[in-house]
Structure formats: C-alpha cells, structure tokens
Write a protein that binds this ligand. Structure first.
Ligand code: GLU
Length: 301
C-alpha cells in the first residue's frame, strides 16, 4: 500500500538496558500492526540517554530480536544519545517561558523532606506513583539559584508545573483506548526535565522525539499512561503537534504478574533458543493481558 502524506506513523522506543521479553514483543507488535493496518510507517527509536544502564550490545540484540520476530522498521533509527542538542534547544525554550528551575536536592534530601512532611500528611502531595517532589527548590530566589549554577553546583532542571499550567490552560488528547482524555498536568508534580548527570530526561526527550520524528500515533503500555499527561503539557509549552495515543494493556506471566526483564524465561532470545518459532512467540505475545486501568504504576526510570 502506498503511504499517504498524512499517514499513520507509530514507533517502538525501547531502552537498551536488557534483553527484550514478551512484553516488549507485545508493545512492538502493537505499534507495528497499527502502522500496517493504516498503510503507514513504523519507526524504531533507541532510548539510550542513561549511559549507566544502556549498553550497545543490548541495542544490537534488540534489533536482532525484532527482526527475528518479523518486524521491519523504517530507517533511520533514532538514537537519543546522538541528539542531545535537540533536547537542549527544547530546554532553553522552556527556560525562556520561565517554567523551569534548577533543583539542587539530592535523592536523600528529597526523601528526608518527604519523611518530615509525612508527620503532617496533608503537606505531602501524593502522585499515582508515590509522593511528589516537595518543592524545596521551587521558590529559591533566582539570583541565589543562578549563583549556585554558575559556581558549578550539580543540579537537575525541573518543570514548575503550576506556572506551566497557568500558561497553557486546560489540555486534552485523543486516546484511542479511552477517547477524549483531559490532561491532569500536575499528576507527577514538578518532573525532572534534565537530570544532574544527563542534560535531558525521559519526559523531555520522548516528547521532543515524537514530534521531530512526525509520530502521529504513540502506542505504549498502560504503565506510561501517567507520563502522557505531562507530555501533553510539554507539547503545549513547546508548540509541538499532538499525536493520538493508545495505551495498551500489559502482558501477564503465568503467575498473573506483570512481566519484567527479571522474568528471564520470557526473554525472546531464550524462547528462540528453546526452539520456538517467531509465529509461536508472536502468538504468546498476544497472551494474557492485564485489564486496562490496573497496570498504571509507572516503572522506575
Ligand atoms: N523507553 C521507554 C521504555 O522502554 C518507552 C518510552 C515510550 O514508549 O514512550 O519504557
């Protein structure tokens, strides 16, 4: 089928931190099939911003596993670590809007502050994945923060979500599973846009890349549903197009639990080594699904 100018473009965006398992196969097939059905294009993106956890060998392995499954993707493959300048540009733009601030807090300081505030539970804002950043650096005088940055103090950059929301007003997106979905932009609090060690973050790089790659339909697991609320806010701030989203259910293992990379027995290469053929593995990847809305806890990133 010839591709239409307004064709559906989907993507699979794994992080090369381990071998792909059946859950990844489900996700990749979901995106691939959505593009195929629409006569569109399926892209592969390597989300390798974390140099401590990502390994080139896992990228080689995941491409081999996807090809073995029968998936073909349009070139070029985008590797996030090669596009840090794009994320820096986006960050500058957000900074220019006055919706970012440097955060000097260590993990321990944040945990201690949450524990302190925990004695007065009404002071701890809870998100769907736990307590939100308590805002220690949010109201630091700008001059003080700038001096500390200039002195080379390690810091992350956070989004001031309240200021950002005041700029954009209410937002929504079209979710092919849920229909029109209102963005609860503060759901994850003042998220990190640039980490101390890596000058971007999952939220920033994914949002920028989906736009730069012309992705029209973002398909991904239900575990990333909360992230979409934040991505919608970043799109509005950065003036980026809004793709459709479709959050798919999560595959369960035999014990009825969510699959993880620790479920070694479901690694695609292990199944291949056991002699299973791609069609059988594709069928298993359609497997037993967690009902939608129950798999929302976002994995650690
Ligand atoms: N890189 C993310 C992961 O492996 C997926 C990002 C996305 O699909 O938005 O969990």
């Amino acid at each position: 089928m010839a591709e239409q100018p307004d064709a559906t473009i989907t993507r699979f965006a794994p992080s090369p931190t381990g071998y792909l398992h059946l859950g990844h196969a489900h996700s990749a097939l979901f995106a691939f099939n959505a593009a195929q059905r629409a006569g569109g294009r399926f892209l592969l993106r390597i989300e390798d911003i974390d140099p401590n956890r990502c390994r080139p060998a896992f990228e080689v392995a995941l491409k081999a596993d996807l090809a073995w499954l029968g998936l073909a993707w349009a070139e070029p493959v985008r590797r996030q670590s090669e596009h840090m300048a794009d994320y820096a540009t986006a960050l500058e733009r957000l900074d220019g809007l006055g919706v970012t601030y440097p955060c000097f807090c260590s993990r321990k300081e944040i945990a201690d502050e949450i524990a302190r505030a925990g004695n007065a539970p009404h002071l701890v804002a809870m998100g769907p994945e736990g307590p939100l950043y308590p805002g220690l650096c949010r109201h630091r005088p700008r001059a003080e923060a700038a001096a500390r940055v200039a002195a080379g103090e390690p810091h992350a950059i956070r989004l001031d979500v309240a200021k950002a929301a005041a700029l954009t007003g209410p937002l929504s997106w079209h979710d092919r599973g849920r229909g029109r979905t209102d963005a609860l932009v503060g759901l994850l609090g003042d998220v990190v846009l640039a980490r101390r060690d890596v000058r971007t973050s999952y939220h920033l790089s994914v949002t920028v890349d989906d736009a730069l790659q012309g992705v029209t339909l973002v398909t991904r697991g239900e575990d990333l549903f909360h992230a979409t609320h934040v991505h919608r806010l970043l799109q509005a701030l950065l003036g980026l197009p809004v793709p459709d989203y479709h959050h798919h259910g999560l595959l369960l293992n035999d014990r009825g639990e969510r699959l993880s990379k620790r479920d070694g027995a479901t690694a695609l290469r292990e199944l291949r080594d056991q002699g299973l053929d791609p069609a059988t593995v594709r069928a298993r990847a359609r497997g037993k699904m967690m009902p939608i809305h129950e798999g929302c806890a976002m994995k650690e990133r």
